[in-house]
Design a protein around this ligand. Structure first.
Ligand SMILES: *C/C=C(C)/C=C/C=C(C)/C=C/C1=C(C)CCCC1(C)C
Length: 164
């Protein structure tokens, strides 16, 4: 269409972001028994974040309401990995699983901040243009998807070797 359809960006996010976020649960449960509440809180918080943003960008609710709901979901999942049950479980670990959890925690804090900033400057204030925004989103995806995935992969394989 020559434009950048919001719906495709959100279809990408809806498929990939929940999968990334539940990795925090899987990396913990690879080394110890943890409650499934962690899994559900991470999943639901992520969905609230994305659906809030989508509803705002697609015009179902006001732009500000979408931002507030989206930020609420993000803060909720950040709380879970920093200070909630997931964070507390991770603090009691050592070795590869802990390093992985800690590193990925900062990716979802700093790396992921690009997207709400994009919503703010690209959509709420309109001060960033679409082409720049798409470029920034795609570069951010290298860290937030590819690097994140590689770290999980490397950790998972080292744990497998260690257990055998
Ligand atoms: C690979 C794609 C990733 C990791 C996308 C992540 C997207 C977000 C963290 C989006 C967050 C948002 C907010 C925190 C508030 C405003 C609405 C969103 C959806 C842009």
């Amino acid at each position: 269409t020559g434009t950048s359809p919001t719906v495709f960006r959100y279809i990408d996010w809806l498929l990939t972001v929940p999968l990334l976020m539940v990795e925090f649960y899987f990396i913990l449960s690879a080394v110890k028994k943890v409650s499934s509440g962690i899994f559900w809180r991470l999943l639901i918080g992520t969905l609230v974040m994305l659906l809030g943003g989508y509803a705002g960008e697609a015009g179902y609710i006001s732009v500000n309401a979408g931002f507030i709901i989206g930020m609420g979901g993000w803060i909720f999942i950040l709380y879970e990995v920093f200070s909630g049950e997931a964070g507390k479980e991770a603090a009691r670990l050592s070795g590869a699983a802990k390093d992985c959890f800690e590193f990925c925690k900062w990716i979802v804090t700093i790396g992921w901040a690009v997207y709400p900033l994009g919503y703010l400057f690209g959509y709420m204030t309109g001060s960033a243009n679409e082409v720049t925004l798409n470029l920034v989103y795609n570069l951010a995806d290298f860290i937030n998807k590819i690097l994140f995935g590689l770290i999980i992969y490397k950790t998972a394989s080292s744990l497998t070797v260690g257990n055998k």
